[in-house]
Structures are given as C-alpha cells and as structure tokens.
Design a protein. Structure first.
Length: 57
C-alpha cells in the first residue's frame, strides 16, 4: 500500500528507487503498480520522475 500523502509518497518511492530498483518501471512492475497512474498522481502534486538520477523530484 502506497502512502497517500504526496510528500510521504515521494520519500517512500525515492527510498525504494535508491535501495532496491534501478528504474521506476522496475519498481512498478515488481510492486504491481500502474506506472501511468503513479506518474499522474505525482504530477498532480508537482513531482516528476527523473530517469537520469532515478529519483522523484
């Protein structure tokens, strides 16, 4: 279950990306999360995925 609060979600995702996954696609596939829905949810709060740094900004 993903955190509902945008700041907590970003923190959670960045931890997972830093420690366990080499891309957002890999995280979403492994965790059975829709990447498109997650990106839309992040965009609503002003965040985006940076492939170069493998992090949410």
């Amino acid at each position: 279950m993903l955190p509902q609060d945008p700041a907590m979600l970003v923190s959670y995702l960045n931890l997972k990306l830093r420690d366990y996954y080499d891309s957002l696609s890999a995280l979403c596939e492994e965790e059975d999360i829709s990447e498109d829905e997650l990106l839309a949810r992040l965009a609503e709060s002003g965040y985006h995925y940076d492939r170069e740094t493998n992090s949410i900004r």
